[in-house]
Design a protein around this ligand. Structure first.
Ligand SMILES: [Zn+2]
Ligand SMILES: [Zn+2]
Length: 283
């Protein structure tokens, strides 16, 4: 049942998550964008349910109003809102205790300045994954804590990047099935796969390098998700670390190991060839 959950957003845990809610820009969230407009028109709010660790919590979903004449290209921004005293806020503070304590200590060291913004260091960041479910008013939350990340790091340190990516792109091929029962790994894979699947939809199964939709004429999609910074080293499964490429380009990129220049979106190969991404909608 969980595999059917669609990914909506991976959110860095900050003060807002622990107190009052989450803003979701839906720019690249294909599945979410398709369903949300029929559920909640712009400028309106509705009660929703959040499922976390087997329990259901109440919250509010707001589709922010904005002036379309002023911002013609702007996509909807949704907010999941709750009270600082609500059960869900309390639950999140207890799960993300490390982040909560870090922010409180930082505020105290600034003489209790409530307005100060706390930037949590990269290596201490925790994340919240939000999935849509088969019900428009119900969202499934999954927490990735610092402790989870420690387990994930230990597991993937010795893994091969291509084997790892194969396990994400092809559900049936899982060379590390023996460790798949570890809950942290299951969570990480689910999120990584969901982010990749969402991006495949965003590109309509076309390769970002050559634009081909390989397999289409045979009625299948074989495009793959690739990590710009290898996941086994970076542990970064954010959308901005993933590319959608055809199997041929995927093999070439791993075999030739070109440098990827993020600013220009160019692959630079050792033999001097430079190739710019043909398609880009998310970097
Ligand atoms: Zn290609
Ligand atoms: Zn790859």
């Amino acid at each position: 049942m969980l595999e059917q959950h669609n990914y909506v957003y991976k959110k860095e845990v900050d003060w807002s998550v622990l107190q009052q809610g989450i803003s979701i820009p839906v720019t690249i969230q294909v599945i979410f964008q398709n369903t949300v407009n029929r559920f909640i028109p712009r400028g309106q709010s509705k009660d929703i349910f959040l499922v976390l660790e087997g329990k259901t919590y109440k919250a509010n979903l707001v589709n922010q109003r904005f002036d379309e004449r002023k911002y013609p290209n702007r996509k909807d921004i949704l907010q999941i809102r709750y009270n600082p005293q609500s059960d869900i806020a309390e639950k999140l503070r207890s799960i993300f205790e490390v982040s909560y304590r870090y922010i409180i200590e930082h505020r105290n060291s600034a003489n209790g300045n409530q307005r100060i913004f706390t930037k949590i260091p990269e290596e201490q960041k925790e994340h919240l994954a939000i999935y849509t479910t088969e019900y428009d008013d119900t969202y499934y939350l999954e927490c990735i804590t610092l402790e989870d990340k420690r387990v994930i790091k230990q597991t993937f340190m010795q893994e091969d990047e291509q084997e790892y990516e194969a396990s994400i792109n092809y559900i049936s091929v899982d060379s590390t099935a023996t460790i798949a029962s570890v809950s942290q790994i299951v969570k990480e894979r689910r999120l990584n796969r969901a982010i990749g699947e969402n991006l495949k939809l965003l590109y309509n199964y076309q390769c970002q390098i050559c634009g081909e939709n390989v397999g289409d004429r045979y009625g299948v999609h074989v495009v793959e998700a690739h990590h710009i910074d290898p996941f086994v080293e970076s542990l970064n499964n954010d959308a901005n670390n993933q590319l959608i490429i055809c199997p041929n380009h995927h093999r070439i990129v791993h075999r030739a190991a070109p440098e990827f220049e993020r600013k220009k979106l160019i692959f630079i190969y050792n033999n001097g060839i430079e190739e710019r991404l043909l398609l880009n909608r998310h970097l």
